[in-house]
Design a protein around this ligand. Structure first.
Ligand code: PEP
Ligand code: MN
Length: 348
């Protein structure tokens, strides 16, 4: 970090800041210009930026390294690839996860899984534990929902991602799913994140509604710190003053995170847009911006969906989007779902 002293800081104040930093285990390099003294601070000690900022004579403290370590690109320069059998997230291929917001019935899960597999998705999504704004809305079927989702995923040779809301659900969800989803509302549930650090399955960590990119990466750090290296980040839109869309889809977060971190980053244009007539545009933009994958809500009968129907795509819309992505992905040096059922002509 760099400590910039006030223009009128006295020698005694500069000396006292230097002594404090040395006490904290740091090496200090002083440079004094005509008007100011600047201290370059390096070392293995632990220094709280705010504690230095309040010392007498200090004008400003600037951090030059990120507060997260394991999540940062300087810790690991090469991209992390999260691998589940033959599905690799973070490699050349853009991986698409798709399915309904919630598991509703066996038939619905099977129909949605068939539709997304047909279009080229590799991973089935669906919630059995739903974080709803109202306690009176459908909260998910719990274990019964997980069973429906797993059966549907297996019937179509898809991997499965589903949301975990609480530490008490980890063991149960691990029995059914390939990836734990941590929802936007739980991005700062540090007890949950810590526990998932000990889990043996990948974690899809959504960005919180009001979270900065730094806070999001610090949340990833909780999981990595526990020893679980398989973290996938997901941009799903943040809350801003704009009300035209459900959230403001932060497309720039994708290249920013790719630069700051080695972790794969995917995009959720469904929760970003909140309406199905805008999902394809955001999905295309996310892939063009360098997303390693997408998670998209698709329902066999979205007008009757029990949750998030307005933003859930019809299967035909999703099919079309996948065909468009097959043009965009190669244009930026990526591949996408080359083995999709649709491509092999297995359409039903
Ligand atoms: C979901 O994926 O259905 C969901 C609730 O997402 P988020 O946490 O991003 O709102
Ligand atoms: Mn949803």
């Amino acid at each position: 970090m760099v400590v910039v002293m006030q223009e009128r800081a006295t020698e005694a104040q500069v000396d006292s800041v230097i002594s404090r930093l040395i006490e904290l285990g740091m090496d200090v390099h002083r440079s004094s210009g005509a008007t100011r003294t600047v201290l370059g601070v390096v070392g293995a000690g632990k220094v709280d930026k705010e504690m230095i900022e309040i010392l007498d004579g200090v004008h400003e403290v600037l951090r030059i390294s990120e507060p997260y370590k394991r999540a940062s690109r300087s810790y690991r320069p090469e991209n992390t690839i999260v691998q589940i059998d033959d599905v690799r997230i973070g490699g050349d291929e853009v991986i698409v996860m798709a399915g309904p917001c919630s598991a509703e019935t066996e038939e619905q899960c099977l129909a949605a899984a068939a539709a997304v597999k047909h279009a080229g998705a590799k991973i089935f999504r669906g919630g059995a534990f739903k974080p709803r704004s109202s306690p009176y809305s459908f909260q998910g079927h719990g274990e019964k929902g997980l069973q429906m989702l797993r059966t549907a995923a297996d019937a179509h040779n898809l991997k499965l991602v589903s949301e975990v809301m609480d530490v008490s659900q980890i063991e149960l969800i691990a029995k059914y799913c390939d990836i734990f989803q941590v929802g936007a509302r739980n991005m700062q549930n540090y007890t949950l994140l810590r526990e998932l650090g000990y889990a043996k399955k990948p974690v899809l960590l959504k960005r919180g509604l009001m979270a900065t990119i730094e806070e999001w990466l610090l949340s990833a750090e909780y999981i990595l710190a526990g020893g679980n290296n398989d973290v996938i980040l997901c941009e799903r839109g943040i809350r801003t003053f704009e009300t035209a869309t459900r959230n403001t889809f932060d497309i720039s977060a994708i290249p920013v995170v790719k630069k700051l971190s080695h972790l794969p980053v995917i995009a959720d244009p469904s929760h970003g847009a909140g309406r199905r007539d805008m999902v394809a545009q955001l999905a295309r933009a996310a892939v063009a911006a360098g997303a390693d994958g997408l998670i998209i809500e698709v329902h066999n009968d979205p007008d009757k969906a029990w949750s998030d129907g307005a933003q859930s795509m019809f299967p035909a819309q999703f099919d079309r989007l996948m065909a468009e992505l097959r043009i965009i992905a190669p244009a930026i040096g990526r591949s996408i779902c080359l083995e999709s059922v649709a491509r092999r002509g297995w359409a039903r």
